[in-house]
Write a protein that binds this ligand. Structure first.
Ligand SMILES: N[C@@H](CCC(=O)N[C@@H](CS)C(=O)NCC(=O)O)C(=O)O
Length: 206
């Protein structure tokens, strides 16, 4: 097994996605706490985009972003397989992953805007735009999940990692959007995910 360092923060949803994937596959890694926010961004030498998460494999090869990292992790052990091997099934799990990632991209942008001291009207427009992405994304996840146990097919996949990460991040940063009350199926789904140690042990925190 390669030696893997994960650079990322404990509040970062994308870092959590990677941590869940490692935990589900029982793959050891070293978590180096890193924030992409400060002047001296420690991630830049590994990722020119300056974003977390990044992994460094055997002290040499840096891999980003979280989707690529999860795909890489899936190659390291066969149980559980996080992606179907080929075809539309694989595409469909990747699409669910994009939905979860997109909800978090909008949530992160919403929080960035909320923290900025800006012209109040402009700031509200940007926040509304980002919030609507979160809202539409979660509505879509609720509708498409329906009463099924998993997002895709009959088993756990990377789709569940991404949607679970997104639900956790929105509950953490935008608790005023009560998706659990609005969508009981998502609430029950999230409760099922939180029974998995990979999810309960990686809850977002500041
Ligand atoms: N698409 C990227 C998104 C990563 C991302 O947006 N990370 C945030 C923290 S949660 C970040 O590093 N932001 C700093 C920046 O954008 O400069 C991924 O999936 O890894």
């Amino acid at each position: 097994m390669p030696q893997i360092q994960l650079l990322g923060g404990f509040a970062s949803p994308f870092t959590r996605k990677v941590r869940i994937a490692f935990a589900e596959k029982n793959i050891p890694f070293e978590h180096v706490k890193a924030s992409a926010a400060g002047e001296e961004n420690p991630v830049v030498p590994h990722n020119p985009l300056g974003k977390i998460p990044v992994i460094v494999v055997d002290g040499k090869k840096a891999i980003y972003d979280s989707s690529v990292i999860v795909e890489y992790i899936d190659t390291l052990s066969s149980s559980p397989m996080l992606f179907p091997p080929v075809g539309m099934d694989r595409v469909e799990v990747k699409r669910w992953e994009s939905l979860g990632d997109g909800i978090c991209d909008a949530g992160v942008a919403f929080m960035g805007e909320k923290r900025r001291e800006l012209d109040a009207k402009l700031s509200k427009e940007v926040m509304d735009r980002q919030f609507n992405k979160v809202r539409r994304g979660i509505e879509t996840a609720a509708r498409e999940l329906g009463d099924r146990e998993f997002c895709f097919g009959k088993g756990f996949t990377a789709a569940d990692i991404a949607i679970g990460m997104a639900l956790g991040y929105i509950a953490f940063r935008l608790p005023e959007y009560e998706w659990g009350n609005l969508f009981p199926n998502l609430k029950a789904y999230n409760e099922r995910l939180l029974k998995r140690p990979a999810f309960s042990s990686t809850m977002p925190k500041d």
